[in-house]
Design a protein around this ligand. Sequence first.
Ligand SMILES: NC(=O)c1ccc[n+]([C@@H]2O[C@H](COP(=O)([O-])OP(=O)(O)OC[C@H]3O[C@@H](n4cnc5c(N)ncnc54)[C@H](O)[C@@H]3O)[C@@H](O)[C@H]2O)c1
Length: 337
Amino acid sequence: MAQLKVGLLGCGGMGLSLATPCHELPNSTIAAVCDTDEARAREAGDKFAADVYTDYGRLVAEAGVDAVIVASPPFMHRPMVECAVASGKHVLCEKPMAPTVADCNAMIAAADRAGTQLMVAQVLRYIPAFHWLRDQIGSGAYGDVLAISIERIGGRWGGDYGVPWRLRRAESGGNLMEINAHELDFMRCLAGDAARVYAVGGNYICDEQDYEDLVFASITFKSGAVGWLHSSSLCHAGMGAYTGRVQCSKGTFFIENGFSSDAYIRYGVEGGDEVKAQKIGDIEVEPAVQHEVRLFVEAVLSDTPVAVPGSDGRAAVELAEAAYRSIAERRPIDLPL
Ligand SMILES: NC(=O)c1ccc[n+]([C@@H]2O[C@H](COP(=O)([O-])OP(=O)(O)OC[C@H]3O[C@@H](n4cnc5c(N)ncnc54)[C@H](O)[C@@H]3O)[C@@H](O)[C@H]2O)c1
């Protein structure tokens, strides 16, 4: 298999973002696309000169692809993944892997039974600020990770993101999965597996959605490190923020704004007074979505393990589900669920 033939399931914003580099890589091509919205499917089919379907089961059965990208709303990830792997297709599945741990378990079991690759698109790992931090802290030069705090706060869903499925937790996983699967995964990348989650929160103003619009979640990792996530859609007048701090035994990092190329990561080391600054826009890395797609394609073609296995996707969903359960039951929740 010199070139991977890939089918795209879900031709919305993220589907097109994933399919574009997949089609441009030398060793993969988008051969078929599917969306229940026929106009969207046709537009994507034209863009990639690909076969067009409105029924994903037919694409999987008839299009002759080796792999699929699943970029539908989260509640559709499980049926699509189960269908694809049952036909021997490898899968790159968008985050959150699914809205429940039970769905994730079923997806992992289905891929294991079929002997196909299943990678979850936890793209934040490859976004410059977070990529840089993973490299720095992963080098060991700053000692052990002791504490991570991330504040990702903004306004309510709107624009292209204000689609009905995002407003229902059973379909999207709510903010803690639909948005914060990224930060929860990132914390695990730095601190390892978690042992316990304790969260507080509620729905204060966003009554168009059926889940919490504000959550403070604290996480205790097996290593003894602690994490804290502030997730909110309560910010008015554009006063959102995306900041983070990582405290290590020999170093301290502060991310001013994880998505802004004009912002800096400030950091200092044990025993020193100097605060260094890494401009995020100066971090040279491969474009994040292309990076994850390339890793997936290479893993499938070389039959080597994928970079983000289903177990990692499941772990982010598990942290979020534990936080929801902690809020509902007003107690800490021990992992694994
Ligand atoms: N990594 C990121 O930063 C990021 C950003 C946005 C979205 N996402 C993820 O990507 C996924 C899709 O999000 P989006 O923003 O592209 O949503 P979207 O609503 O723009 O697109 C989803 C598409 O799936 C189609 N669809 C729904 N049911 C289908 C079915 N049964 N068969 C075929 N097509 C179907 C819809 O018609 C729609 O075109 C979600 O899991 C979301 O969390 C990730």
